[in-house]
Ligand binder design. Structure first.
Ligand code: GRF
Length: 215
């Protein structure tokens, strides 16, 4: 069974969608650990409720970024975490963690990358006036939301969308495709060749706009 470690900073609704997929038997994995940089994160309560160990690890307690991310990597390794999930972790991950988990860290971003990376992807998309937006699950590299793309889901964007209305529409898809990407990984169906992520049995719906397993 795949062992996950989750990093989250905020309300943790993506964390919850992964917990729910595991508990309903759709995803055959276990979450060994939640790490947050924010003692106020609601993800901590979600972890407590589901008997998942939670650690608050704050950057300011470390003299530099390398030490911070090395410490996080050690905590994950100690619990035999195989795949690291960034579920609304609001920091650019340091090399010290990426090197230890190359192509084994997944992030969810609330826009169709490479459009609108960084903070507030939904606000950027709404203000730009795009007609289609969505979300992207990708592996994490040293850049800002630049790693190899695993799956994406598209939603319509309307002229009168606000950051809130577009975010809500996108979030529904986030909650489907993130557990789905983890499931594909857990089944050994994902491989990486440079920038390209190859998903087995994926010719029919390469964008995974309608993930068949989680509706
Ligand atoms: C989501 O929109 C995700 O795409 C982004 O941060 C937000 C986290 O939301 N990376 P939640 O904490 O999972 O509810």
């Amino acid at each position: 069974m795949l062992t996950l470690g989750v990093l989250a900073s905020g309300r943790g609704s993506n964390f919850q969608s992964i917990i729910d997929s595991i508990e309903s038997g759709v995803l055959n994995a276990k979450i060994a650990l939640l790490i947050t940089d924010n003692p106020e994160s609601y993800a901590i309560e979600r972890a407590n409720k589901h008997n998942i160990e939670a650690l608050v690890i704050k950057p300011r307690d470390f003299s530099d970024r390398d030490l911070y991310y090395s410490h996080i990597a050690e905590e994950l390794k100690k619990r035999n975490v195989e795949l690291v999930i960034l579920a609304g972790f609001m920091r650019v991950v340091g090399k010290a963690l990426i090197d230890k988990y190359r192509n084994r860290i997944m992030n969810i971003h609330p826009a169709l990358l490479p459009a609108f990376p960084g903070l507030h992807g939904q606000k950027q998309a709404a203000e730009y006036g795009v007609k289609i937006s969505g979300c992207t699950v990708h592996f994490v590299d040293e850049g800002m939301d630049t790693g190899p793309i695993i799956i994406q889901a598209a939603v319509p964007a309307y002229h009168d969308d606000t950051e809130e209305t577009l975010s809500e529409r996108i979030l529904k898809q986030e909650h489907k495709i993130f557990p789905y990407a983890i499931r594909l990984y857990s089944e050994g169906k994902i491989s990486v060749n440079g920038r390209k992520v190859i998903i087995e049995d994926n010719r029919e719906d390469p964008g995974m706009i309608n993930p068949p397993l989680i509706q």
